[in-house]
Each structure stands twice: as structure tokens, then as C-alpha cells.
Design a protein around this ligand. Sequence first.
Ligand code: HEM
Length: 487
Amino acid sequence: MELQWLWMFAATLLTCYIFVSKVMRNLNGWYYDLKFKNKQYPLPPGDMGWPFIGNLWTFFKYFSSGRGETFINNIVHKFGRIGIYKTHLYGSPSIIVIAPAICKKVLIDEVTFKIGYPKAATELAKSKLLNSENGRFKRLVAAPIIGRNVLEMYLERIEDIVINKLEELSSMKHPVEFLMEMRKASFEFVIHIFLGSCDQSNVKKFGDLFNVMCIALFSLVPINVPGFAYNKALKARMKFVKIVQYIIYERRMTIKNGQNGKNNDLLDIILQIKDESGEKFEDKDIIDLLITFLFGAHETIATTIMWSVMYLTQNPLCLKKAKEEQEEIMKARPPSQKRLSIDEIKQMVYLSQVVDETIRHVSNFSTFREATTDVNINGYFIPKGWKVLVWLSALHMDPEHHSNPEEFNPTRWDDYNPTTGSFIPFGVGRRLCPGRDLARYKISIFLHYFVLNYRLERINSECPLTSFPQPKPIDNCLARIIKLSNS
Ligand code: HEM
């Protein structure tokens, strides 16, 4: 009798196993295949994951443990190198694209593929002004951060921030979280571009509130209930908006009193611009734009600086080459010149390759679009309303386009042909990053001062990584910044 129970128990377990692994696991995929079975073209191959949650758990597992590339590598390995796959992420059926030509096509065709970031990012960083269809207006908004004149205007300010930050860090008795310090420095800089010389206590308040917002930006499950990160981020955003609203009010008063445009910052410019119907922009739209700028600039610059310093530290030959280039530039400088010039930055060829190579390694994992209509691409069907994820990190680590992709090798950029579209860290098309030159300059200026005068000593060089949304050590690169004795 006991044996019979045992058999029954084993049979039940086996049935459950088969049901879960063969039926439940494939239910989502079958559902979508059935739904679109009459279409001329099939959905791309791929894995739609579990009912309701899709591939959320697998995504979280790999990205939170610093192995984000494994998520996409497994898909490529299982379904072949076709460059377009179906999946289910962030609560939506989605298409992942990683082939250069398809990535470009998706990013350039703004009519078929509108912006489609996940819910948390859309709510926290919405910007009606950047989403404007009016190209002239977009150019006006981006003008204060593009072009040589602009870079010249900010050069001194960037240098001051870099010099002071490095001096401050090297004078600290205890190790610092290098990434957090770089975040503070890039935050201060973007606030400067947008709000000019803003009260330092406000910068500190903005910084604290903004950090809370950043934590939830790519929330996989944005739950607006007290205690959850997304709820805290929305509250922080409200406080942030109130402070900026007051700054805008003061600025409007100044302008009303006839002192137009004295601050030379983005806020002054936007307060003067009128929309298509001749109306000036509302406070809400201006604040949304500031927040989008901050999200665009803050984490990206900080992470790239941290990794470029870490890569140079780990690769003494690259560090030596970078240092020699900077020493050459300093030798050629006239004695009367005390500060960096734009021409000198343009001569930093190897350093700019270090920047590109770093960005290639640590790109944000994806940009997000949404299909506005049913569309066929490369013989595959993308249904209207599906998200389309242009998976930049996979594109940039593809061995077909970047030989030996894991290797940190700045000289690979000596013979790079940019027309292939296999390196698009700043996007392409109308949403191409307006801060790309500024970002490169800022990182180069930091590296210039760093390689000549400092070195980094990490406390936990083997510290585990997380790769969400960009790769970083979980200790935020806890380190000492040491001033070189000859500097
Ligand atoms: C290493 C640094 C940076 C990287 C890798 C980067 C990357 C990107 C990418 C890939 C996009 C396109 C997103 C899309 O197509 O959905 C973008 C857009 C944007 N970036 Fe950057 N960015 C960087 C620095 C900056 C800086 C310094 C600023 C501002 C000062 C900035 C402001 C923006 C803005 C406002 C957008 C939105 C443009 C639009 O939607 O029209 N970024 N960035």
C-alpha cells in the first residue's frame, strides 16, 4: 500500500514538472504565435517567458549579478545570429534588435517607431519639449549644449569642477565611493548649464532628491505604494519640481524687470523661446526638460569616467600611452597659457579612443521604442504597440563588428569605419544625444588631469558587479585617489 502511495506521489511530481516546464513555460509564446498566425510574416524567433511576467526574472537575475550580457548571449546562442528576437520585458511583449542595420532603421524611422521607454522612466523623465515634432524648436533647446563656442564657454567651468574634485578626493583620509563622487561632479555641471550659478545649498538639495529618482528610473516593477522605490522617486520629483518652480518664478521676475538673459544659461534661453502658436513655455514643461537633461547627463558621464579610470589603471600600457600623449600636449603649451584649450583637447587622439573604447564596453543596455503600426522588418513581423529595444550593449560587444570585444583596446579605433552603424552609443536620427560632444569633452578633461597627476587605488579590486542599467562594481568603486609625488 505504501509503495502505491509512493508511486502516486512520484507520478504527481512528474506531471507537475511536465506541466510547469512544457506547458506553463511556453504558454506565453503559444499565445502570441496563435494571435498573429495569419500575418504574412512570422514573429521573430525568441522566448516570451512565463505568463504575465515574461522574462522579467531571468533579466533581473543576470543584470543584478553583473552578467547582463549573458541574458542576450543566451538568446543569440539559442536562436541564431539573426539580429532580431521576440521577448517579454517590462510587462510588454517586445522585440530586441542587435543587428547594426536594423538598429539604425528603428532609430531613424521616428514615424513607425516612437519613443517607448518603460513606465518609470516615462513618468520620471517625461519631456514634452524634447518630444516636440518641431525640429526648429528642438534645435533651439539643444543649442546651448552643442558646438565649439558653447564648449569654449563651459571649458573653464568644467576644468574648475574637475580640478577641485580631484584635489578634494585626494585630500580625503578615508576611501571614497568614486562613482558617487563623479555623479556629484556631473550633476553640479548640468545644473550649471541649465540654471547658471545656482545657490550651492540648492544644488545639494537637488542632488539628494535626484539620487532618489535615479534609483527608480528603470524600475522593473514600478509600484506606486509607500515604501517602494518608485513611490519614493515620484515624491522626490514633486519636491524637486517645487524648488525649481521657485527659481523659475524668480527668473521670470528678473526678466520682467528688464534684465533679460544675464545668466547665459539654458533657462534664460528657454524662457525667451515661443512655441508654434507664439506662446511661451509653461513652468512644468521647462522643469520636465531640466529633469530629462539631468537623467541624460548625470549617470552616463559619471559611469564612463569611473570605468575609463578603472580600465586605464588595469591596463598599464594604455595608461602609459595616454599619459605620454598628455605630457606632449603640455610640453607644446606656451608658458603664458595656464588652462586647457579646445585645440589641445582636439589633439588628444589616443585619449578620445580611450573614451570610445570605454563607452563601447559600458553602454546603457538599451534604448526603447514602440511600434506605432504593424511593420515587417527583414522578413519578420513587429505588431503595433510592441516595444522595440535597440540593445546597444550587445551591438557594441558583437565579435562580428568588434574583434575580441572583451579586450580593452583603444587602438581598435585607429581603423574604425563609422558608417557601419556598429557603434552608436549616442543613438542616431532625430533623438541623437545633444550632449555627446559635451560629454566627450568633459570626460577627456577629467582624464587629462587624472593621468597627469593622480592614480586610483581600489579597496576591493575583485568587487562583484551589477549591470543594471549600466555595469558598475557594487561598492561604487570604493577607492583612494592618490596624488602623484611629481605633480
Ligand atoms: C557618455 C555620455 C552620454 C551617453 C552615452 C549618452 C547617450 C544617449 C543616447 C543613446 C541617447 C538617445 C536615446 C534614445 O534614442 O532613446 C541620448 C539622448 C539624450 N541625451 Fe545623452 N548621452 C550622454 C551624455 C549626455 C549629456 C552630457 C547630456 C546633456 C548635457 C545628454 C542629454 C541627452 C538628452 C537631453 C537626450 C534626449 C534627446 C532627445 O530625446 O531628443 N546626454 N543620450
